[in-house]
Design a protein around this ligand. Structure first.
Ligand code: MN3
Length: 201
């Protein structure tokens, strides 16, 4: 189901709130989707209501425009895009490793899956304050990057493949300050086939 245009609605998660247990708890998923994402959606709609000229742009274009479109639109479009992307890339149970074309590209660009995993974890731990770690592609090559707040690789001309939300609200109820434990748990519930279609798409 796609919802790419104003007015945006908060689409239900493609799984139950408790589906990521025991790695991400039901309460966190509920608050994250029905609270945090919902707030970004209503603030984005409110910001676009004042900007009729932007209302025909799809979500990805609003994100790509970034600060040029004004802080309110940029921040909230990013909040909607980044959260949807994160939720869509969770599945449980999941394969612990990717296969196919994405696996091959990871091995080519990082020297192996174990190396990628290590580097990605280090990046996610390095985000100071709120933000995301991403696997993204540029002209078919993969790279790991981090973004602050609700920024997005699209603003750097890169295609998002996979992200992890490291805002404290994504893990604090279960993991408290232990972001590394949250990242280890998150590694167990990645929808790798979906990440691969992001890479190939
Ligand atoms: Mn979040």
């Amino acid at each position: 189901m796609r919802d790419d245009y104003y007015p945006f609605v908060n689409l239900p998660l493609p799984y139950g709130y408790g589906a990521m247990e025991p790695y991400i708890d039901e309460k966190t998923m509920r608050v994250h989707h029905d609270g945090h994402l919902e707030a970004y959606i209503s603030k984005l709609n409110a910001a676009l209501k004042e900007r009729p000229g932007l209302q025909m742009l799809p979500l990805a274009a609003l994100v790509r425009g970034g600060a040029l479109l004004g802080e309110e639109v940029a921040r909230n479009a990013g909040g909607v895009y980044n959260h949807r992307f994160y939720f869509e890339l969770l599945r449980n149970p999941a394969d612990r490793e990717p296969h196919g074309a994405l696996r091959k590209a990871i091995e080519r660009d990082f020297g192996g899956f174990a190396q990628f995993r290590e580097e990605f974890k280090k990046a996610a731990l390095s985000v100071f304050g709120s933000g995301y770690a991403w696997l993204a592609a540029e002209r078919g090559r993969l790279a790991i990057l981090t973004t602050g707040n609700q920024d997005n690789p699209l603003q750097r001309g890169m295609k998002p493949v996979l992200n992890v939300d490291v805002w404290e609200h994504a893990y604090y109820l279960k993991h408290q300050y232990r972001r590394a434990d949250y990242i280890e748990d998150w590694f167990k519930i990645i929808n790798w086939p979906r990440a691969e279609s992001n890479f190939l798409g």
